[in-house]
Design a protein around this ligand. Structure first.
Ligand code: CIR
Length: 256
């Protein structure tokens, strides 16, 4: 169960966030703010307290708080993002993390290690960590060592085609996960019941399980039906503006 979520209000520079899909155009700031507010409402409807951090004006991607920390009910890690323009975002999350965890409970990924939370997926006591353009072996080794002290096992999952691990695979608890693209056949996930997402709706592989409900991005009917068919109550939230800069539902919050 999650009791808390942390989010950060998008700043006007969100329009200049890093993107692999410039053909989608730049986010419209006002619309991004509206979608963000509805996202917060959806989280609250799932029974968590939401801590809303103020916009970080100099960091276009800073609303994607998932990347700068990894949190669970025992400990937290402040990451070291692989994207140079995002490294300064970690300074802004420390104060929030300090409200919930002691210094001893808080680990840090340090250079030359890099790791972004979008590459980290928790399935029970196991963390799957994507080896990606943003997360390197050294970052994984530091992560695994720290989480190991708290009884968590870490498994490295090399990925080639997408930004982050959770761009293409997301755990919905109950041994079920949504998988798309390169993750459909990964041996690391063979033990799970995999719900395969059609390529044309690959973006919606990034759903989040929130205390029994699954939040699904708006506009992906096949995924919506698949998640309902798997037995979950669902909520939808429009994330069109965040999609333009490679952001999805999970990226927008830390949940614990
Ligand atoms: C980036 O490239 O860093 C941002 N534009 C998108 C980050 C998405 N975060 C995530 O998947 N956890």
């Amino acid at each position: 169960m999650f009791n808390h979520a942390i989010v950060r209000t998008p700043c006007p520079k969100v329009c200049d966030g890093i993107t692999s899909a410039p053909e989608l155009g730049q986010p419209i700031y006002e619309k991004a703010l509206e979608q963000h507010a509805k996202y917060i409402e959806a989280l609250k409807a799932c029974g968590v307290d939401v801590l809303v951090l103020p916009a970080m004006e100099e960091y276009p991607d800073s609303c994607f708080v998932e990347d700068v920390a990894v949190v669970n009910d025992k400990c937290a890690i402040i990451t070291n993002p692989g994207a140079d323009t995002r490294k300064g975002e970690t300074a802004g999350i420390i104060e929030a993390i300090d409200r919930f965890y002691t210094e001893e409970q808080t680990g840090h990924i340090v250079a030359p290690g890099t790791l972004e939370g979008g590459d980290v997926m928790k399935c029970g006591d196991t963390y799957y960590v994507g080896l990606s353009a943003r997360t390197n072996q050294e970052g994984f080794d530091q992560f695994a060592a720290f989480m190991g002290k708290y009884g968590f096992k870490s498994v490295l999952v090399p990925l080639e085609l997408v930004l982050h691990l959770k761009t293409g695979v997301n755990y919905l608890e109950n041994n079920k996960m949504l998988v798309s693209g390169e993750f459909v056949d990964k041996p690391e996930f063979a033990q799970y019941e995999r719900i395969v997402i059609p390529d044309e709706e690959a973006y919606a592989a990034n759903c989040i399980w929130m205390n029994g409900t699954v939040i699904v991005p708006e506009g992906y009917p096949a995924v919506l039906e698949a998640v309902k068919g798997a037995g979950y109550p669902v909520l939808t939230v429009d994330t069109s503006e965040f999609r333009k800069i490679d952001g999805g539902l999970s990226c927008l919050s830390l949940r614990f």
